[in-house]
Design a binder for this molecule. Structure first.
Ligand SMILES: *Cc1c(COP(=O)(O)O)cnc(C)c1O
Length: 366
């Protein structure tokens, strides 16, 4: 059968390697600890569960197409104008909408070497050309990104902090990046892990969005808020970007349950604080303990750590992954991110964290 005999996807689509979500399977293990998708061990706020139950009583009604209640709750939390907020079905949807809205076939989209794989997928899906800027010490490199800009560049995606490395660019570096970009290039600051960050020199992007016309910040309820299953993302953006994306998005892209639960979750600041404190304590502990085992851990400010296995001696990430999975600890392989010999581990509950360290001690010693 020739390709003329059947519908053909637009150029670029068949070059996409479909996203592989973190696994939750550990055949044979008594108990499974999913540490593969950066989900929170604390779960969502009880207030979000309650809002969800109430919202579930009226599933026959379409949701508010502009998610006003959710936008207002977000705006109140951060002191923003709700008109500059747009919500989405997870922030992944937003990354796609931005690519779709700003890229024409042949336009270039830049992301950094170990950047989030969804950027590449969305650039290709929009007919764009993915351009990879090399990193330095597993951290995005502003000079390399600026050097990659050409006349065809339309969009730059930067996860800050980045997944899967957990490294970040301080605010002055992000400002330098924005200043160096031509005004027509959209800078997308993906701050999925911002709520976990406890650093004075970090800024998620609010300040830069407010003071420029070509920056947007994307956020998610999937990580610290524990609502990954509901799919809620949002962006803070200049009015002209909100206006453009509003034309492209689905009319009811945020469902009714998400609107109610999200609005309740973002108001429960004590729950967010508990999650951040747990994370800070256990990420530090994990980093120390894993380092003592002779493993290199990339310094992370997120809710996960990237663990590098030795190049020699046969204690590879692949073997470690099998060893851990057999014991119910499901981490994430990161070969697709350019780390064939590392595993990414989400900071979990105490029992999971201690279990992984014990298992890796056995693995490394065995
Ligand atoms: C987890 C994550 C997201 C969030 O995706 P959702 O679609 O909102 O669940 C976005 N960007 C990065 C870098 C992430 O790691």
């Amino acid at each position: 059968m020739s390709s003329l005999d059947r519908p053909t996807p637009r150029p670029g689509v068949m070059n996409i390697a479909a996203y592989v979500p973190g696994s939750d399977s550990a055949p044979g293990a008594m108990k499974v600890w999913k540490l593969s998708s950066n989900e929170t061990p604390l779960g969502p706020s009880p207030a979000a569960r309650e809002a969800l139950e109430n919202a579930g009583r009226h599933l026959e009604l379409y949701p508010d197409g502009s998610a006003t209640k959710l936008r207002e709750a977000i705006a109140e939390t951060y002191g923003l104008n709700p008109a500059n907020i747009l919500c989405s079905n997870g922030s992944d949807e937003l990354l796609g909408l931005l690519a779709q809205t700003y890229l024409t076939a042949g336009d270039e989209g830049i992301y950094s070497e170990h950047g989030f794989l969804v950027y590449r997928i969305q650039i290709l899906a929009s007919g764009g050309v993915p351009v990879i800027a090399p990193e330095k010490d597993e951290r995005a490199d502003v000079d390399a990104i600026l050097a990659a800009v050409t006349e065809r560049t339309k969009i730059v995606f930067l996860a800050n902090p980045n997944n899967p490395t957990g490294t970040y660019l301080p605010v002055d570096e992000v400002r330098r990046l924005q200043r160096g970009l031509p005004g027509h290039v959209l800078l997308v600051l993906d701050a999925a892990y911002a709520e976990y960050v406890r650093r004075n020199d970090y800024e998620a992007g609010i300040e830069l969005v407010s003071s420029s016309e070509n920056v947007v910040m994307t956020r998610t309820f999937s990580k610290i808020y524990g609502l990954a299953g509901l799919r809620i993302g949002w962006m803070y953006a200049p009015a002209h970007v909100v206006d453009a994306v509003n034309r492209v998005r689905g009319p009811f892209n945020v469902n009714a349950l998400a609107i109610e639960a999200g609005a309740a979750a973002i108001r429960d600041k004590a729950h967010v604080e508990r999650a951040a404190v747990h994370n800070e304590e256990w990420r530090t502990w994990l980093t120390d303990e894993l380092t003592k085992l002779g493993l290199r851990v990339t310094p992370s400010i997120g809710n996960f750590v990237l663990i590098h296995f030795p190049e020699n001696g046969g204690k590879t990430a692949e073997k470690a992954d099998a060893f851990l999975t057999a014991r119910g600890f499901v981490l994430r392989r990161v070969t697709g991110y350019g780390f064939p010999n590392a595993l990414r581990m989400t900071v979990g509950a105490e029992e999971a964290n201690r279990g992984v360290v014990s298992a890796l001690a056995e693995f490394m010693g065995g």
